[in-house]
Design a protein around this ligand. Structure first.
Ligand code: ADP
Ligand code: MG
Length: 705
């Protein structure tokens, strides 16, 4: 369709250069001091500012009389007859006002908005809009927004954006900025290829920042969401295409070898393990690099699938590197994998920061004498070079960043692989890309379907959706101050049956990790004088940590008081109780992970979630109490917190889908179609500057090179 053209003479006056990437200093009308404030709040370019979208909109239409107020969202036109602020705690102040009109008066409450005290002139009338609700024993107006009635009545825009505050910048500051750059909107270049959608980006952004109505704002947002998804999906598509050009070694498998090793395991594979292993070895047997994510709930047996994949690689003459986020976990993997592969004759090694004789081991790795190296970040040091790295496995992948993934994939001896490339060139006419190992990432944080379709669209995914047989469900209970004695009673019962207990301490914010863990351990030891209580925290030397874990594993410690260092991996089937203090302060996935430390044996297990305050449990706590389904919890978490929070460490902030569209499967489907149509045209991305910039950002999320 035809693009609207904006006459050149309208440009120029507001901004010298019309690029969205122009620094904010180029905008005439925003002074240097303001620019500095904006910079400090993380806004550097015109684009940063334009995409600072309203949090919500305010309208004071339809104000009612105070005597007619009903619970729910209300608007009143009133004077402020009294107002005062009380500072309750260091980080809590409460401002209380009495609002009056000729029908009566009502109390308004603001939390942490002390500036309200001086905002109102008692002789002037204001609009207030907020929730009228029952709290602290009476009905009151909670955190209402407010505006001078005469201003509002005069204003042309009755539907006003409310911007998220940033540093010193309040919503009203942003309103001002946008009014300054309003004329600039017309020249905002489009991002989507022409004809993709029947609106312009300039119009959409205008609608979002200067809507006439709710419908207007929604329409603008829908466009921006589409634009965002389009970039994201296109990035996945490009990654997939680029991935096809890379080469990995072809790793053949022999089913009888695999069957033999499986037959020697102390248990039968679950169907899901079987299926996942099969999917992986199919990928390995191809020159196209595998980029597969193995997801399975805590305790679903991912390690075994990884082990079997490494076994296949070794039998075909290729090395495997398995990287875990902590030393404890790496050591435990090494031990488990050793036991799984005892009869295989494979040479397995552990490489962490505290490994002794590192240089000897590294030489063996380089010479190809080690088949499987299990380690931590220590694997990434420059002098760790593999002879023939065929498979890289990353456990708990969300703990690692893009750079670390790429570093691991680059760990193969390039001279060696170059030799191999040139000797085997039937399918590698593009061998200038070099060879990389196949990649298997593992995660216990299930990725909701909506994210699978978008952010992780270019990954292959295997799902372990069944737990090994005989696992007991974990009884989860929210513990309030009233029920805490019962909890200790129940714990004592378990201890009497020789079961073990994890106690995850209060969250620590100010670096007093050690003293806090020690203190809690001491107080628990006092409660249970006949049992052995020990503590574990992140700042301990790894030898100390290992020692504690080993003792706990051997049932020489009854209660292990710990920080969240035990969140990943630790596997002690005899532990049947998990207590989480301050549980309401953790995210859902983290709670689910912590809970997954118990329920690993055949005895019934318990998880106690101690609510840090005496107020009603949060939605998160209620969800985790009710459900043990990691996928369900991940969906809820995604809705409650957004993807950036949950997958943040993987993305390093790149996954900032700001427009909450990630759960909108209809929109995703539409964007997917548009992307497919566009990709088929083999577009020259140099022609689409805006799009290219946006796509590049997302491409880094899952790319292999
Ligand atoms: P996760 O998926 O959380 O990494 P693990 O691989 O640590 O889970 O497995 C959890 C426990 O289940 C381990 O003790 C492992 O030996 C055991 N396990 C794995 N597969 C099976 C199976 N098919 N049957 C019974 N136990 C299994
Ligand atoms: Mg694991």
């Amino acid at each position: 369709m035809a693009r609207a053209k904006f006459p050149q003479d309208l440009l120029g006056s507001i901004i010298d250069c019309m690029e969205l990437s122009s620094p904010l200093g180029n905008i005439k009308g925003i002074g240097p001091k303001t620019v500095e404030l904006l910079n400090r709040a993380g806004f550097f370019t015109v684009r940063d500012l334009l995409y600072h979208l309203p949090r919500t909109y305010e309208s004071y239409e339809g104000a009612g009389r105070i005597s007619d107020l009903r619970p729910g969202k209300v608007t009143v036109k009133a004077k402020v007859s009294s107002i005062k602020t009380n500072r309750k705690r260091r980080n809590l102040s409460i401002t209380e006002a009495i609002l009056s009109d000729d029908s009566g008066s009502v109390r308004a409450i603001w939390f942490n908005q002390p500036y309200r005290t001086n905002q109102f002139d008692p002789n002037k009338t204001y609009y207030f809009s907020g929730n009228f609700e029952f709290s602290y024993g009476r009905y009151q107006l909670m955190n209402p927004s407010a505006t001078l009635a005469s201003d509002y009545d005069r204003a042309a825009d009755k539907y006003q954006p409310v911007y998220p505050a940033c540093g010193k910048l309040k919503s009203t500051n942003f309103t001002k900025f946008f009014n300054t750059i309003k004329p600039f909107f017309a020249q905002i270049p489009d991002l989507l290829p022409p004809g993709t959608i029947k609106t312009l980006r300039s119009e959409a952004l205008f609608q979002v920042h200067f809507p006439k109505s709710a419908a207007d704002a929604d329409q603008g947002r829908a466009y921006l969401a589409f634009e965002e998804l389009f970039s994201l999906l296109l990035a996945g598509q490009f990654n997939r295409e680029e991935n096809q050009k890379l080469r990995s070694p072809v790793i053949k498998y022999q089913l009888d070898q695999l069957k033999k090793i499986i037959a020697k395991l102390p248990f039968k594979l679950t169907n899901a393990q079987r299926r996942s292993t099969w999917e992986i070895i199919q990928n390995l047997d191809s020159p196209i690099p595998m980029n597969r994510l193995l997801q399975g709930d805590v305790g679903s047996g991912k390690t075994l699938v990884a082990t079997l994949s490494a076994f296949i690689a070794a039998k075909s003459g290729y090395q495997t590197a398995l990287m875990a986020p902590t030393e404890i976990l790496a050591a435990q993997h090494a031990e488990t994998i050793h036991s799984f592969l005892r009869s295989s004759g494979l040479h397995i090694a552990l490489l962490t920061g505290s490994t002794k004789n590192k240089s000897t081991l590294k030489k063996q790795i380089r010479d190809g004498q080690v088949d499987l190296v299990i380690g931590t970040h220590a694997l990434l040091t420059d002098d760790t070079i593999f002879h023939k790295l065929g498979l890289a496995i990353i456990d708990e992948q969300h703990r690692f960043g893009v750079k670390q993934r790429q570093a691991l994939l680059a760990k193969t001896d390039t001279e060696e692989s170059a030799k191999r490339d040139s000797s085997r060139c039937t399918y590698c006419e593009e061998s200038s890309f070099g060879t990389i190992p196949h990649l298997l990432s593992m995660t216990a944080t299930p990725i909701p379907r909506s994210l699978q379709l978008t952010v992780f669209g270019d990954l292959d995914i295997s799902i372990i959706d069944e737990l090994p047989k005989g696992r007991q469900p974990i009884t989860t209970k929210i513990i309030s101050p009233n029920s805490i004695d019962q909890m200790w009673q129940a714990i004592e019962n378990e201890l009497k049956q020789k079961r073990q207990v994890y106690y995850v301490c209060k969250m620590i914010e100010d670096g007093t990790e050690l003293s806090s863990v020690k203190k809690e351990a001491a107080s628990i030891a006092k409660k249970f004088p006949n049992y052995k209580v020990e503590y574990l925290h992140g700042k301990m030397k790894s030898a100390e940590k290992d020692n504690i874990i080993a003792k706990f594993t051997a049932n020489k410690i009854n209660i292990l008081v710990s920080t969240t260092v035990i969140e990943v991996g630790v596997n002690v089937p005899n532990a049947t109780v998990m207590v989480i203090a301050d549980a309401d302060r953790y995210g859902l996935s983290q709670l689910h992970q912590l809970r997954g430390r118990v329920g690993r044996g055949t005895a019934e297990s318990y998880c106690y979630l101690i609510n840090s305050s005496s107020s009603a449990p949060t939605r998160r706590l209620k969800e985790i109490e009710r459900s043990q389904d990691g996928f369900h919890l991940a969906e809820v978490d995604l809705k409650l917190r957004g993807p950036g929070e949950i997958y943040g460490s993987l993305q390093h902030g790149a996954l900032d889908l700001r427009i909450a569209s990630i759960t909108d499967t209809k929109l995703i489907a539409a964007a997917r179609q548009a992307v497919n149509r566009f990709a088929k045209t083999k577009p020259n991305m140099l022609k689409y500057k805006e799009l290219a910039a946006s796509v590049q950002k997302y491409q880094r999320l899952t790319t292999l090179n």
